[in-house]
Design a protein around this ligand. Structure first.
Ligand code: MG
Length: 404
């Protein structure tokens, strides 16, 4: 094979199986001059898909065509600084789509799965956690029971969605439609839910919970203290990124393990938390920080400070992005747990080679690269809908705008 060069960079948008604005997946395909040698990467930013597409098609594509796809480090830096103003979720997702595709290509050239390029397996399977949500305690308990029967050992429990749910007074809802929650009611209901869960399932089940920035900082500190008795695996997003300095207060008052990071896009956001050992798990969204290249470095920094990884893995990450997470998890010694949403039948058909779950673990296949492909013809049958998100229009009962 002669040395391949980048021939084209293409963007595929798809909303598999459900025409839903919260499932607008962005996959990048980097094609080379070698026939059949290409790579796939995830650039999914479901809230702003067209901005990411434009960043790739209008700016990264002309920057990258004709270059050597094997020089991943150099190309990552080039993409990162080329706009002079750097970082942010749009540009980082665009870079991630290319970055993962370059790792996929390198694996295919080497004839090795990406986890081998990252140092090889530290473990056979990747422990996952699933989401048990419900409108009331009984629904959540049922959901947890189902996961336990499937062999899952880590479960995140939420009642009424993030921050719970309240019906606002009609006069207020009429002026400001949105997703309403009451921070005090949410905290109370959640403590009661965890009492019930420990009563039903005992102490062995690994329980997790996501505060999703829904409490004022002082109330969040008290909540972390009150949750301490449930011995959580971790408590997530206790504060908004803007209020990160409050972690020191929570840290001094309780031993609840803390996880943070899905909204971060720049090292200046995560470094103070890592250096100060203010959190226990780093939870960045790998495509939002720029792909595998920065994520593996972040994992190594965390290892030095005793933190573990728990990469963000919601339903609006493409199967390509989930596969990249799994390869990274397999080769990271300080891996903690992987958030897992599962795939629909349409997703499995559209993305041949999806990682498979057995019991409470997910496994990568051993094909070269990321081991996953895309059926573009099928993807075209599920175009992305347009629309504006409602769940991020969060409000408290008086109608004031709140963190979603
Ligand atoms: Mg979260």
């Amino acid at each position: 094979m002669s040395a391949p060069i980048i021939r084209d960079v293409r963007v595929i948008l798809t909303s598999p199986g459900e025409s839903h604005i919260q499932k607008r997946l962005i996959v990048v395909k980097v094609e080379t001059t070698e026939p059949d040698l290409y790579g796939l990467g995830c650039a999914t930013f479901t809230q702003r898909p067209l901005s990411v597409r434009s960043a790739i098609e209008n700016y990264l594509r002309p920057l990258l065509r004709g270059r050597d796809p094997q020089r991943i480090e150099d190309l990552w830096h080039l993409m990162h600084v080329n706009a002079y103003w750097r970082s942010g979720p749009v540009l980082n997702n665009a870079i991630s789509g290319v970055d993962m595709a370059l790792w996929d290509i390198k694996g295919k050239i080497a004839g090795l799965p990406v986890y081998q390029l990252l140092g090889g397996k530290c473990r056979e399977g990747v422990a996952i956690y699933r989401h048990a949500g419900g409108r009331d305690e009984a629904e959540v308990v049922d959901r947890v029971r189902t996961f336990l029967k499937e062999g899952v050992r880590h479960v995140r429990a939420q009642i009424g969605g993030y921050g719970g749910h309240v019906e606002p007074a009609p006069a207020i809802a009429a002026s400001f439609p949105g997703a309403y929650y009451d921070p005090a009611v949410y905290a109370q209901q959640t403590l009661a839910l965890f009492d019930r869960l420990r009563e039903e399932f005992g102490g062995e089940l690994e329980l997790l919970h996501d505060v999703h920035e829904r409490l004022p900082p002082a109330d969040a500190v008290r909540f972390a203290v009150e949750m301490e008795r449930f011995h959580l695996f971790f408590l997530e997003d206790l504060f908004p990124p803007e209020q990160w300095a409050w972690f020191a207060r929570a840290r001094n008052l309780c031993a609840t393990p803390l996880a943070m990071g899905e909204l971060f896009t720049h090292p200046s956001e995560w470094m103070p938390l890592i250096e100060g050992r203010l959190i226990d798990f780093i939870r960045c969204h790998v495509s939002a920080i720029g792909g595998l290249t920065p994520a593996r470095k972040l994992a190594s920094v965390c290892e030095a400070f005793g933190l573990r990884t728990a990469w963000h893995g919601p339903g609006d990450v493409s199967p390509v992005g989930h596969a990249a997470n799994v390869h990274l998890d397999l080769a990271t010694r300080n891996f903690g747990v992987q958030e897992w949403s599962g795939f629909s039948d349409v997703e499995r058909e559209m993305f041949p080679g999806c990682p498979e779950t057995r019991g409470g673990f997910v496994f990568a296949n051993d094909r070269p690269g990321l081991g996953i492909d895309l059926n573009e013809e099928l993807a075209r049958k599920y175009p992305c809908p347009e629309g504006v998100l409602v769940w991020t229009q969060a409000r408290t009962p008086d109608g004031a705008g709140a963190y979603p």
